[in-house]
Design a protein around this ligand. Structure first.
Ligand SMILES: NC(=O)c1ccc[n+]([C@@H]2O[C@H](COP(=O)([O-])OP(=O)(O)OC[C@H]3O[C@@H](n4cnc5c(N)ncnc54)[C@H](O)[C@@H]3O)[C@@H](O)[C@H]2O)c1
Ligand SMILES: O=c1ccn([C@@H]2O[C@H](COP(=O)(O)OP(=O)(O)O[C@H]3O[C@H](CO)[C@H](O)[C@H](O)[C@H]3O)[C@@H](O)[C@H]2O)c(=O)[nH]1
Length: 371
């Protein structure tokens, strides 16, 4: 029996594809919608190779009004959406803020309107630690708990904050309208999880599935991976004058399989507990500096990776480390994998697939998979 039917918007992307895999493995029926702006459908093929199950794919642009209607009309059994579709680069968001508002905010409003129209009542949203901004401006807020005051420091973070607010308003309104109509059972059905991810890292341990950004990557680990394969001469370290023990900024890197699992736990919680809208941090609780990450990845590769110090990047903050206690106590979720594992899995994926999903997966890895 199916565990339920879920729409994964942005499901061919990095986190979306790993969550799709976890959903299929757990017995859900999955429909993936994406415009392939930063991903490829090959991700869905790799998922099928790993778990033997298929997600249905619908090509769709979230910025096109009513685009989700076709999905919900074709799949009336869908009652939940996990929403990843967005632009996500902190630096780029400062250069193209309106693109970020269009895709991230307007795109989510389109989704929410369609959910309301079709009575699709649960949403799990990819928010970000970026909504906290510089938590060091308050005493005792590192590691960061969910009740830390929000204060994003870049346009990307502003869009995530705006979407958190839009989801909260929309779900609360659906609940209030149902209560006014005397239908408490209907009110309880409307729920939202705001998952504030810290920094996802790593790949599938099989080596055939990983992050495959189109064009130039923006994040530290995919950039480091390109240095290791020789595609990039060196890593630019954005600032060595932060107030950390080695001068570089601190982030909480979490294995992608742990992060994907957090979505399943959140979805289950929404269905079982009807909390309305609730935020959860998904992180490990352990911060690492950029220099520590370079060392950890160099160890996985077995070779020192070259770098050069550059000025700080606009919009960056000193420390984003999660306090993940709420997710542990409420969702029963905890990051299980280590940073070393994330670096090893990332390197296995990168060295075997230097062209990402544009090349065939190596035969020996496929043979291992069948064992
Ligand atoms: N990767 C991170 O470090 C990180 C951290 C915190 C939060 N997030 C959030 O998690 C989500 C997923 O991130 P990711 O790392 O998997 O990124 P990703 O770029 O790999 O995935 C995003 C997906 O959205 C799709 N998309 C973009 N514009 C679209 C549009 N107009 N219509 C339909 N689809 C569209 C892309 O093609 C891509 O498949 C995003 O919302 C991101 O902001 C990411
Ligand atoms: O070439 C690079 C790239 C990054 N960094 C540094 O490495 C750290 C991590 O940077 P990333 O770009 O990988 O990640 P961010 O923390 O800036 O942002 C990521 O994680 C956030 C949550 O913490 C957001 O949600 C966002 O979507 C996602 O890109 C930062 O200190 C950054 O300055 C470098 O030194 N050199």
């Amino acid at each position: 029996m199916s565990a339920g039917s879920v729409l994964v918007a942005g499901g061919t992307g990095y986190i979306g594809s790993f969550t799709t895999l976890a959903l299929l493995e757990a017995g859900y029926k999955v429909v993936v919608a994406d415009n392939l702006y930063n991903s490829s459908v090959e991700a869905l093929h790799r998922i099928e190779l790993i778990c033997g199950k298929k997600a249905e794919f619908i090509k769709l642009d979230v910025t096109v009004e009513n685009s989700f209607d076709q999905v919900f009309e074709a799949h009336p059994d869908i009652d939940s959406v996990i929403h990843f579709a967005a632009l996500k680069a902190v630096g780029e968001s400062g250069e193209k803020p309106l693109d970020y508002w269009l895709v991230n905010v307007y795109g989510t409003i389109n989704l929410l309107r369609s959910m309301v129209k079709h009575n699709v009542t649960n949403i799990v949203f990819s928010s970000s630690a970026t909504v906290y901004g510089d938590a060091t401006r308050f005493p005792n807020m590192i590691p960061i708990p969910e009740d830390c005051p929000l204060g994003p420091t870049n346009p990307y973070g502003n869009t995530k904050f705006a979407v958190e607010t839009a989801i909260t308003d929309a779900i609360n309104a659906q609940r209030n309208n149902a209560i006014k109509a005397g239908n408490e059972a209907e009110a309880k059905k409307w729920n939202g999880a705001l998952l504030r991810y810290f920094n996802p890292a790593g790949a599938h341990p099989s080596g055939i599935m990983g992050e495959d950004p189109q064009g130039v990557p923006y994040n530290l680990l995919p950039l480091l991976a390109q240095v290791a394969t020789g595609k990039r001469e060196k890593l630019m370290v954005f600032g060595d004058d932060y107030a950390s023990h080695d001068g570089t900024a601190i982030r909480d890197y979490i294995h992608i399989l742990d992060l994907a699992d957090g979505h399943l736990k959140a979805l289950k919680y929404l269905r079982a507990n009807n909390p309305g809208v609730r935020a959860w941090n998904l992180g490990t609780g352990k911060g690492s500096t950029v220099y520590e990450m370079i060392r950890a990845f160099s160890t996985a590769v077995g070779k020192d990776q070259p770098y050069e110090v550059a000025p700080r990047r606009a919009g960056d903050v000193l420390n984003l480390t999660a306090n993940p206690t709420r997710a542990h106590t409420e969702l029963g979720w905890k990051a299980e994998r280590t940073l070393e594992q994330a670096c090893e899995d990332l390197w296995l994926w990168t060295k075997n697939n230097p062209e990402g999903y544009r090349q065939e997966p190596p035969a020996e890895l496929l043979a291992q998979l069948k064992k």
